[in-house]
Design a protein around this ligand. Sequence first.
Ligand code: BES
Ligand code: MN
Ligand code: ZN
Length: 489
Amino acid sequence: MPVTFASSVPEDSSALILPLGKGKPLDTATKELSADAANLVKRAAEASRFEGDLGSIVEIFDETKHGTRRIVIVGAGNGDDTESLQKAGGAAMAKLLTSGETALAFDARTSGEKDAGSRMAFGALQRSWRLDSYRTKAPAKTKPTVEEIAVVANDAEAKRWDHFQALYAGIALARELVTEPPNIIHPQGFVERCRPLSELGVEIEVLDRDEMTELGMGALLGVAQGSIREPKLLVMRWDGTGGAQKNPVAFVGKGVTFDTGGISLKPGPGMEDMKFDMGGAAAVAGAMCALAGRKAKAHVVGVCGLVENMPGSNAQRPSDIVTTMSGQTVEVLNTDAEGRLVLCDAMHWTQEKYSPEVMVDLATLTGAMIIALGHEHGGCFSNDDGLADQLLAAGTGSGDKLWRMPLGKPYDKLIDSPIADIKNVGPREAGSITAAQFLQRFVKDGVKWAHLDIAGTVWMKSASNLWDKGATGYGVRLLDRFIADNFEG
Ligand code: BES
Ligand code: MN
Ligand code: ZN
């Protein structure tokens, strides 16, 4: 959806959207309207008990000399939420997307916050995203009508829009990868969707099954062997430092394009959710898209371990022992604890190849993470307090929130195997932590590492101000902010 900038409200926009902070007098938002329109807004606000609560809306229709115009006042809350303007813009879009309106104008000049109109438009874009390509019979009334957005703002703000646009492109890519069905987004399909990133200057490399066999990635390949879909290791590198930053920051994503559980088969009800088991990889791809799109002055590599976890006559069995690329052996007691098996080889390879000082992995790794944190925070496990603080700050600042979780020797003991070096599951208790301990055994000395278990945040069963129900694009804003605040000095 095209976003343009204008110094005053375009006359041909069909709907005008104005934000209002909670408890602020209405005329701060309506002062540029005609006296009649402002008066009507006032009466409508009183009648509907509108007070500026975040995302609440009051609207009127005004007769202008260019025809009828809808005027939407949207609550921007009390400022205790860093995303409030995004959410206000998103709330307006949720209301208007299929309303018949075609051209929206956001005028947030009275807000006082930097880039207020852009933030609203950014939120509106996020809320407008949907995947309609499989609906062949959607009734006309359910189809989106909004075609364009205008932001009323000065030139300086307009110049900064590229940044939001790039971030939105990254979020959209992540949501697309998560939402598309697993018969389309299998490992090869995932790779194909990411190939166009090369046009932004991202260097793309893809390792196939033979190359991974050669490298000894027995754990990743063990997961993949039950599927006829060939696994892929997708590597995306962006260097915006012109070679000045030698070792890239590394992001590693779990990309299980569908997780049936394998021979340790999951129960049928709800299994369809496991198309989002590549949400970590999608966040990594989306972040690379955003960083390259806005030409971030940092050197970053994103690595996605892409496999399909299927039962089948060649699938691995509970009690199989596999040898990882690191040389450590793993007793596979539960083929449904496959994410860690994919990540351990992807992480080891990443460290061998790029010697990163900082490595962050993202994964929809454990159901236990959802039991612990619900859908509000991702879990952050780290061997370095400074890195954890940076990530938590990026989470709070970006809206993709994180909560710190513990690691420690007593947890690590729980995954010692009686026959191999490690077993791939611990007891029921602390399931998210033992999964993190498993990964930590593949982190080299000196590498600052964090593991983000995002099982609860990549997919939502209900809509919010920034997304319709389904894929959230979680992780893209987080990783983008993490790089911006710590590596672009
Ligand atoms: N992909 C799942 C984790 C998951 C479950 C993510 C539900 C989002 C929603 C993962 O591969 C898995 O199956 N984990 C098991 C681990 C267990 C076998 C130790 C789990 O969480 O039950
Ligand atoms: Mn699983
Ligand atoms: Zn999984």
